[in-house]
Design a protein around this ligand. Structure first.
Ligand SMILES: [Zn+2]
Length: 416
């Protein structure tokens, strides 16, 4: 008697592997998917299974012709924060001026105050709900940035909360230190002193605590200058931390080229990135992360140079940018839809952007496609074509979600 070798095996699948197999979406029809110890063992034509299904795996099920993709990867979020800015949203739409909103305690300052004041458990509970929403829509890997603490203890509290979310949900959370998000209120008018604080005090402590996987900064006329950003990056590099950058969102500050110079994992936003920036990113292998929900919320009109990224072969990712000010979006699929509708990316580019290219933006080589050896993170969808993932706005499409070889059952009762 032979013992089953695999933990699970799905038959009668349609796989969107996102591998480069010559087919759109890396699709394989009449496919099977087997996994063991959290990794994919087989993703290919069912006719090529190396034996009888019942012998191959402990559990064998039919996927009833469902489409299966790799678990989605949200490579840019700020989902750990306390409170929200719905009141400010309402005030603005009722005609309040920026001064009135600031007077009422609005803006990033309010999020910083509430995040600092929140207990560990409050911050965790509020943020966990947002992570659950992303997971329910298919995201099995999520990047989470700090940047609403702006003092060492509060930044570490945010990053530990992010890690705790990953442990609670059993998903991968990549953490990013974003101390250079805004100037801390107590440093108002002393921006260079705050950059000192980030570089001399915070970054070494964050590196020592091993609580961040990467370092980010907001390089913009309303945030940190290229010179200040360079200082943050040089410090991060000396500490052995990878970098990424909020670059060229509202103006062309040369952020993309600066990110590329430091071998950044990604440069994100990029609406104003110029030709030289695109070329530098291509040469450095830096991923371009599209954040169309922030573009939408801010009612921006300048499109990122999608065609130039295509021409120069810069990989494009798509992410939610979940944050209380400019992107209160709790669905990566919705971001993919916006990337198509607003930025004219194709549905396949959007799906690659939320899987294989998002994995690259996080420096993760073990996921983003469905093939043997990759993590068994995948989603079984209630769709008849992969383009439906970007076509539908809202709704529940995920039937079942598997994370590291374990099922998360998240579907509506009708689909359960
Ligand atoms: Zn962001």
């Amino acid at each position: 008697m032979t013992l089953p070798r695999w933990d699970g095996l799905l038959l009668d699948c349609r796989l969107a592997t996102l591998c480069d197999n010559g087919a759109a979406y890396g699709a394989i029809d009449h496919a099977a998917l087997g996994w063991k110890d959290g990794k994919v063992e087989f993703a290919g034509p069912q006719s090529q299974l190396p034996g009888d299904p019942e012998v191959l795996a402990a559990r064998v099920e039919s996927a009833r012709r469902a489409w299966i993709t790799p678990g989605l990867i949200d490579c840019h979020t700020h989902l750990v924060f306390a409170g929200n800015r719905a009141e400010e949203f309402e005030l603005r739409l009722n005609g309040a001026s920026y001064e009135e909103i600031a007077h009422a305690g609005g803006g990033i300052v309010s999020t910083v105050a509430r995040t600092r004041a929140a207990s560990d458990d409050e911050l965790f509970a509020q943020s966990l709900r947002r992570a659950r929403a992303l997971l329910a829509d298919g995201a099995t890997t999520i990047e989470i940035k700090s940047g609403y603490g702006l003092d060492l203890d509060s930044e570490i509290k945010m990053l530990r909360t992010a890690r705790r979310i990953g442990e609670e949900l059993g998903i991968t959370v990549c953490t990013t230190f974003l101390g250079a998000h805004a100037v801390a209120p107590e440093f108002a008018g002393r921006q260079s002193d705050y950059v000192d604080e980030v570089c001399i005090r915070m970054l070494p402590a964050i590196a020592n605590d091993k609580v961040a996987d990467a370092v980010d900064a907001f390089c913009e006329t309303i945030a940190f200058t290229p010179t200040e950003t360079r200082r943050v990056f040089e410090t991060a590099r000396a500490l052995g931390l990878r970098v990424k950058l909020h670059a060229d969102q509202l103006s062309d500050t040369g952020g993309a080229a600066l990110a590329a110079e430091f071998g950044a994992l990604s440069a994100d936003h990029l609406e104003y990135t110029n030709e030289a920036g695109v070329q530098a990113m291509a040469a450095a292998g830096t991923v371009a992360v599209m954040l169309p929900a922030a573009f939408y919320t801010l009612r921006e009109t300048r499109l990122p140079p999608i065609d130039r990224f295509r021409t120069h072969g810069v990989p494009m990712a798509v992410a939610t940018d979940v944050n209380p000010g400019t992107s209160p979006l709790l669905s990566l699929r919705q971001a993919m839809n916006m990337a198509c509708t607003l930025f004219r990316m194709t549905p396949e580019e959007a799906l690659r952007g939320a899987t294989v290219n998002a994995a690259r933006a996080l420096g993760l080589a073990d996921r983003g496609t469905l093939d043997a050896g990759k993590r068994a993170d995948f989603v079984v969808w209630e769709i008849d074509h992969p383009a439906e993932l970007t076509y539908w706005i809202g709704g529940t499409l995920a039937r079942r979600i598997c994370v590291g070889g374990h099922w998360h059952r998240v579907a509506t009762p009708a689909h359960a």
